[in-house]
Design a binder for this molecule. Structure first.
Ligand SMILES: [Mn+2]
Length: 307
């Protein structure tokens, strides 16, 4: 990957980094639109246009030491599993430096490897994975593969992680049944956060905000960009209308990252960004969202989250 420094800031030395970005241009199992392999490079380019002063948070991103690791680039001779093992090793190495490790996809199938690296073992019990996503990603296999982006959350639940899923609006009957029967999965569908309820339905927004503010223990945050309204990610691989608005998504992230003083963020990824020749909105939205999450994390007192 040959591109400018993230945010066009002078890169930090790895051992001094507050944030360690890991580009993951992986695209093996996308089911519809393609192009996630080009996501990271486009995000890095778009990041040079992000304003370094966050007007919402009153935070200057120049106060953070940013490091971009070499991309883990897939090679044609390896299986998806071999690639994901390399991702886990690369992320594990970055975690040993001590800063916040941020995976930048690439497709969503990288997340289980990143969570294992964040935990340092394959037993994910006690971790809550906060998933922003249009799709449940709870399939056992998809197109014959257990490593598909459509299976990412299923693999995490199998390793005993809890999942708090936000913005979901697409799932198969089997995924819906698995989710309902599994008490480690708590789903807040986009429709029940939309203020456009059908008779008898419950608005879940206040319950979601309470849950995000009161989560305890280790939290891993994964954001599939398709959680947002389609106009914010028009080229994403499997677009779904009815997503979260920009300020809506940020208010949920703020509840978790700024208002919650009990949990510890152990890692973060943003996945499924697909650039398109006709617009820069996909990659700019993603670059800004990464900046927002990192700024919220640091603004809220990094030491408190790490200790
Ligand atoms: Mn997903």
């Amino acid at each position: 990957m040959s591109c400018p420094a993230f945010l066009d800031l002078c890169p930090s030395a790895v051992h001094e980094a507050d944030v360690l970005l890991l580009p993951l241009p992986f695209e093996a199992s996308v089911s519809y639109g393609s192009g996630t392999a080009y996501g990271p490079e486009a995000i890095w380019r778009a990041s040079t246009e992000v304003e370094l002063w966050d007007e919402q948070l009153g935070f200057d991103m120049r106060t953070i030491n940013w490091y971009s690791a070499p991309a883990v680039v897939p090679v044609t001779s390896e299986s998806p599993n071999e690639y994901l093992n390399r991702v886990e090793r690369a992320a594990t190495e970055l975690h040993s430096q001590g800063g916040l490790v941020v995976g930048v996809g690439g497709e969503h199938s990288v997340t289980p490897a990143l969570v294992r690296a964040a935990r340092g073992t394959g037993d994910l019990s006690g971790i809550t994975v906060v998933q922003f996503d249009a799709h449940a990603d709870l399939r056992d296999t998809y197109d014959g593969s257990p490593y598909s982006h459509a299976c990412a959350m299923r693999r995490l639940v199998e390793l005993s992680a809890d999942v708090l899923a936000i913005g979901i609006r697409s799932a198969s009957a089997a995924e819906a049944e698995f989710s309902l029967e599994n008490d480690r999965i708590h789903t807040f569908p986009a429709r029940l956060l939309s203020k456009h309820l059908l008779p008898g339905e419950e608005d879940l927004e206040s319950k979601l905000l309470t849950a995000l503010r009161s989560l305890e223990g280790d939290v891993y945050l994964t954001i599939d960009i398709d959680v947002l309204e389609v106009h914010l990610c028009p080229a994403t691989g499997t677009p779904q209308p009815g997503g979260l608005g920009w300020w809506q998504a940020l208010s949920y992230l703020h509840a978790l990252l700024v208002e919650n003083h009990r949990c510890r963020l152990i890692g973060f990824d943003l996945v499924e960004t697909v650039p398109h020749d006709s617009t820069q909105v996909n990659e700019f939205t993603s670059a800004l969202l990464i900046s927002k999450v990192v700024s919220m994390f640091h603004k809220s007192d990094a030491a408190e989250h790490r200790n």
